[in-house]
Design a protein around this ligand. Structure first.
Ligand SMILES: NC(=O)c1ccc[n+]([C@@H]2O[C@H](COP(=O)([O-])OP(=O)(O)OC[C@H]3O[C@@H](n4cnc5c(N)ncnc54)[C@H](O)[C@@H]3O)[C@@H](O)[C@H]2O)c1
Length: 461
């Protein structure tokens, strides 16, 4: 068994999940546990007390997350701009204070809250997280945690400064896949990674829709506060085509298919190899408007070799009707076009290739099939600790009580991952301009028009 030292354990917090709070019985025999773990985080809740959790955005995914956390928390307050969407939680927890405006909730209930779950549309994650963190609250923020790269860099710095517990909602990071992929690649199973192809059938929501007609007005449902839903975004008239859910294909509120899925599908390879640094990002797409993300897109990232990256890597994203074809891929991986799965993450190295057909990184195998049959019976040893119950939501709650730092925390992992996805969004939003990204400065070299998307304007509401 490979025991990770305490120092290494802290350094590799993005990968570790040995949860002392749940006790060793949850661990498999060969799993790594750090018995000396001492949390570096601020404002910890005593393990014999329940974490007092406030929820911002109780319908949709927020309801799913809250349900998974329910056993380990005491709900302290709910905020939702639409009391109809939140009604299931209001019925389930009739004594929990409820609000439409998260600012009022945080202001009035701050002494009763330890942690905040934020699961609103993407554009509201940042203002809500900043307010909660400035009040000293731990935050679990759905993915993508931010709407712009500037916001991702700000939240990373704020998490570092405050020492609070943070976790992004790319829950697949708590599964074993990210760790296994890192172990396989570090064991040299496919050599040095040179090429990545990731493709999805999304968007499965409207993209490529025309700019809104300002003359067209719909009645706002009586349960919804539209001004609060818009929050910091530019003002638009209400339209039932935007809420719920479909806002993700519209630039002011979402980040399109790539922004939606990057935090899941880019996560395993972003965890396994170092993809931080200067990078060139180019794109092709069709149907984007000032208001809406494109109907389909391809994005290419080209990153050079470095001390931690033995070979340059070309990283390709395909969405909508696009996907890699036989002609785009190295010979011998697939026999026929029809063998290429409809969604996938393909990692090509100097000595072989791995394919994963699960968006959350749990269905990896070697290509071609004959290699996999031999390899599956003789896999590299486990090196990185697993999250005991593979549960990202409870990993966060345990961390609020002194358990290990969550893997997708803002400081070590999730803000850098979010930035990598948002670089693709940026190239698309700039009308398929090629970006020469200066990682240190956080700017696009020679492209000042990119700045308004890296750091956006916020409406006062
Ligand atoms: N981890 C995952 O697998 C996963 C899956 C789906 C969605 N998500 C993420 O979850 C978030 C929410 O997505 P969704 O599909 O549930 O959206 P949705 O539109 O269906 O629901 C959002 C909920 O938040 C409420 N809301 C909106 N603005 C609010 C505000 N300012 N304050 C308080 N409440 C507000 C809405 O009324 C609704 O209840 C998004 O960031 C999305 O990317 C993650």
């Amino acid at each position: 068994m490979n025991i990770i030292s305490r120092r290494n354990f802290l350094q590799t917090a993005a990968l570790t999940g040995a949860g002392l709070a749940l006790g060793p019985s949850l661990f498999g025999k060969d799993e790594v546990v750090d018995k000396n773990w001492k949390s570096p985080h601020a404002n910890l809740v005593s393990p014999d007390k329940k974490v007092r959790l406030a929820v911002i955005g109780c319908g949709g995914q927020g309801g799913v997350d809250a349900n998974i956390m329910a056993g380990g928390v005491q709900f302290a307050a709910f905020a939702d701009v639409d009391y109809d969407r939140a009604s299931a939680w209001f019925l389930r927890e009739p004594n929990v204070p409820r609000y439409r405006d998260y600012r009022k909730m945080l202001d009035e209930q701050k002494d009763n809250i330890d942690a905040v779950l934020i699961a609103t549309p993407d554009h509201t994650h940042f203002p809500a997280a900043v307010m909660a963190m400035n009040l000293g609250k731990h935050v679990y923020v759905e993915k993508p945690a931010t709407h712009t790269i500037g916001e991702a860099r700000y939240l990373k710095a704020l998490a570092k400064k405050t020492g609070l517990v943070t976790q992004m909602g790319n829950h697949g990071h708590a599964y074993d896949g990210c760790r296994e992929l890192k172990e396989w690649i570090e064991a040299g199973v496919i050599g040095d990674v040179t090429e990545v192809h990731i493709w999805t059938n999304r968007p499965v929501w409207p993209q490529g829709v025309p700019n809104p007609d300002p003359e067209k007005k719909f009645e706002v449902p009586s349960t919804l506060d539209w001004n609060l839903w818009l929050g910091v975004s530019k003002y638009y008239n209400y339209n039932p085509d935007y809420v719920p859910f479909d806002w993700r294909g519209m630039w002011d509120w979402g980040t399109g298919a790539i922004g939606d899925m990057a935090c899941h599908m880019f996560d395993p390879i972003f965890t396994a190899i170092d993809l931080r640094g200067d990078v060139k990002v180019s794109s092709e797409s069709e149907g984007a408007t000032e208001f809406s993300c494109p109907k389909w897109a391809k994005v290419k990232y080209e990153i050079g070799a470095s001390k931690t990256r033995p070979k340059p890597v070309t990283f390709n994203w395909y969405e909508g009707k696009c996907r890699p074809h036989l002609k785009d891929l190295p010979d011998g991986l697939f026999k026929e076009e029809k063998d290429i799965p409809h969604t996938g993450m393909l990692y090509v190295g100097t000595k072989g290739a791995i394919i994963d057909t699960d968006d959350y990184g749990t269905r990896m195998r070697l290509l071609p099939a004959e290699k996999w049959e031999v390899f599956r019976k003789n896999r590299p040893p486990k090196k990185y600790a697993r999250v005991p119950d593979r549960n990202a939501r409870m990993e966060f709650i345990r961390a609020c009580q002194g358990g290990p730092t969550p893997g997708s925390n803002f400081v070590d992992h999730s803000m850098d991952l979010t930035e990598w996805g948002l670089l693709g969004v940026l190239s698309l939003r700039l009308g398929n301009k090629t970006i020469d990204w200066d990682y240190k400065k956080g700017v696009c070299r020679g492209l000042p028009e990119a700045n308004k998307f890296i750091h956006k304007e916020y409406r006062v509401f």
